[in-house]
Design a protein around this ligand. Structure first.
Ligand code: AMP
Ligand code: GLY
Length: 427
């Protein structure tokens, strides 16, 4: 089967790496892909906002499955266009993608389905939002409703900060994403990510991971897309996972189907493990980046038939998934300046030298310039190791990081710290 993979980051490199191991894959195409993905795929500069062109490409190349990495094409309705044209696609349609595209939509859905999440209020007018602030304690969380590249969430410690955040959002500081605002109760606990595949009706658990969102060691500094991750997230015990499936994931899939917006693809649930049990922070309508890199290093099944079954409504025929019992851990090497303006063009050498069976370096933001691999984005490389413990995977990943020559790059040195500390405490 021929597959079209949409996207260009480390997540997509990990998906390409895994799909390339499938005995049923013929040709993998990637739009636009990156130099790492090019080892497994034919790259195309297909414009994915041009749905007619994507359909024509799929017909021309006999594409049997389209796999979408990032959220933008989904929120933009590519899922609907391709399904209407009879092309199987892994990813929700426009209405279902609102689970990521609109925080207020998700909170309202949770309220209708009685899904545990933070108490909230949703407002599309500033005066009403400001008046409603009174009801919430401190800290309070203020969110721009729409997609804001991970920047639309402000945790306000004081009323004045909350007022400023609301003023900024309604003042256009987050573009159209801030035309509607969600005010939320602040939850405390440890965060974990959980993934589940669905064909709109049937659901399969896809494992857990923990991300590190702040740029600096010890979880300091500004938020990023993610500076590293590991899987599984041991804090999410099998019992808690079952609670997440029963109280959060299955009611979401059922509610979306009942309301005529069946969700097809992966639900990426950001969870807060509170003392009252797991609560939903947010959904993403796609796989995580860099969470996918560690999930793909652990999935022992063939990925292609699983994605195809989700796209075709036959996920009930797929057995529960199997994962390597070992831990996978990925360290993001970013270009200096990230998450602000990253330095472009810095040379990268030594990747082949450090790579092996249990050590894979995924490309996130790289380019080839006159045959030299260079940095071409904020997050540049994902150095991903597999080992028996988080401590061992962390050590292996940093050994590889230290073997890569990337002078304009940097990384956090403490990915996995919570779990390493727990492993040490347990001796
Ligand atoms: P989100 O983009 O909704 O995942 O929010 C980004 C980050 O803000 C989350 O990973 C949490 O660390 C934090 N956050 C969001 N909502 C809440 C909440 N209601 N209580 C506490 N922390 C939150
Ligand atoms: N790493 C977080 C995300 O993919 O949204």
């Amino acid at each position: 089967m021929n597959v079209l993979l949409i996207g260009s980051g480390g997540r997509e490199h990990a998906l390409a790496w895994k799909l390339a191991q499938s005995p049923t894959l013929d040709t993998l195409y990637a739009a636009p892909g990156n130099p790492g993905i090019a080892a497994f795929a034919e790259l195309t500069d297909l414009d994915v906002t041009d749905h007619v062109a994507v359909i024509a490409f799929c017909q021309d190349k006999a594409i049997g499955l389209v796999m979408v990495g990032p959220e933008a094409p989904l929120v933009d309705g590519l899922g609907d266009s391709l399904r209407a044209a009879g092309v199987p696609i892994f990813g929700p349609g426009r209405l279902a993608a609102q689970l990521e595209g609109s925080k207020g939509f998700t909170k309202d859905m949770c309220a209708r389905a009685d899904i545990p999440t933070a108490a909230y209020a949703r407002h599309d007018n500033k005066a009403a939002a400001l008046a409603d602030l009174e009801r919430f304690g401190l800290p309070v969380v203020i969110k721009a409703d729409g997609l804001a590249a991970g920047k639309g969430v402000i945790i306000a410690e004081t009323r004045a900060q909350a007022v400023d955040a609301i003023e900024e959002m309604f003042g256009g500081g987050f573009g159209t994403a801030g035309a509607s605002v969600v005010i939320e109760e602040f939850m405390t606990g440890e965060e974990a990510s959980f993934f589940a595949l669905t064909d709109g009706v049937n659901v399969l658990a896809f494992g857990s991971a923990q991300d590190h969102k702040r740029v600096g060691d010890g979880d300091t500094g500004p938020n990023t897309g993610g500076m590293g991750a590991y899987s599984p997230a041991f804090v999410l015990t099998p019992e808690l996972e079952e609670a997440v499936m029963a109280r959060i994931i299955r009611p979401t899939v059922k509610t979306m189907a009942d309301e005529g917006m069946p969700y097809i693809g992966v639900l990426f649930a950001g969870l807060m493990l509170t003392d009252q049990g797991p609560k939903l922070i947010e959904y993403n309508a796609r796989f995580g980046d860099p969470e996918t890199q560690v999930l793909m290093m652990r999935l022992t099944d063939d990925l292609l038939p699983i994605l195809l079954a989700a796209a075709n409504g036959t996920l009930d025929r797929i057995a529960p998934l199997t994962f390597d019992a070992r831990v996978a851990l990925t360290v993001v090497m970013a270009a200096k300046g990230y998450p602000g303006t990253p330095e472009k063009g810095g040379a990268i050498n030594g990747i082949d030298h450090v790579s092996g069976d249990d050590l894979v370096v995924f490309h996130a933001g790289t380019a080839l310039k006159d045959g030299q691999l260079v940095a071409n984005g904020g997050r540049v490389l994902n150095v991903t190791a597999r080992a028996a413990t988080v401590g061992a995977a962390q050590a292996a990943a940093y050994r590889a990081v230290d073997g890569i020559d990337f002078a304009t790059g940097f990384c956090r040195r403490d990915i996995g710290w919570r779990e390493v500390a727990r492993e040490q405490a347990e001796g």
